[in-house]
Design a protein around this ligand. Sequence first.
Ligand SMILES: Cc1cc2nc3c(=O)[nH]c(=O)nc-3n(C[C@H](O)[C@H](O)[C@H](O)COP(=O)(O)O)c2cc1C
Length: 203
Amino acid sequence: MAKKELKLHPVVAPSEIVVVSAYDEDGRADACTLAFYMVSGLKPLCVTIAVNAEKKRKTLKSMRRQNAFTLAFPGTDQIRETDYLGVESGYNTDKLKNLGWTVSRAKTVHAPLINEMRLSLECEIIHTVTIGSHIHITGEVRRILADESILNENDNIVLEKLKPIIYDEEQLRYLGIGTKQGDAYKTGAALKKEMAGLKEGSL
Ligand SMILES: Cc1cc2nc3c(=O)[nH]c(=O)nc-3n(C[C@H](O)[C@H](O)[C@H](O)COP(=O)(O)O)c2cc1C
């Protein structure tokens, strides 16, 4: 098929939407919506977010001041609130209060946990690096807090219950997760075995 060269733009589709939160200097909880998020390490368990430092982001200032943040995964039933957290600034108003959302203190870091979130990570900032317009903030995950309602009997997070919001940067819209299409690690392993068998057979 013919290929077309596209202009440089963030190819993030699909990406999971997260809400990060931190206390400001007056102890008020700030929160904003981010699409630039990834798991960036296992030992120690780390996540990295990229926040635009050229634009005024109050949550960025708060996170850096406290050296900590919480990162939560909103559900598709919280799209309106999540989008609001991404289009309004804590410099103008108390966003969480406006939403009627409440916070509790995180146990392991000085950061607010949004009670309405079904899955949250408590993170201590261990590394920051500036890449052009964005600051990449790596947080070591100190604690994971999940609503029992999103877990199965083995305490696995069930995505169908969490209902994460998938962001489509191309068409500026939010999607939900789709249906299962295969088994991770097993499908490729079966193909690998099949290929090894073919090789042996050809000897
Ligand atoms: C869908 C969506 C994704 C966003 N992703 C990012 C992101 O990855 N990085 C970033 O710096 N800002 C991102 N934003 C913008 C911030 O959430 C927005 O500027 C917010 O108002 C900042 O609030 P604050 O000043 O209270 O921190 C995103 C906004 C939306 C709606």
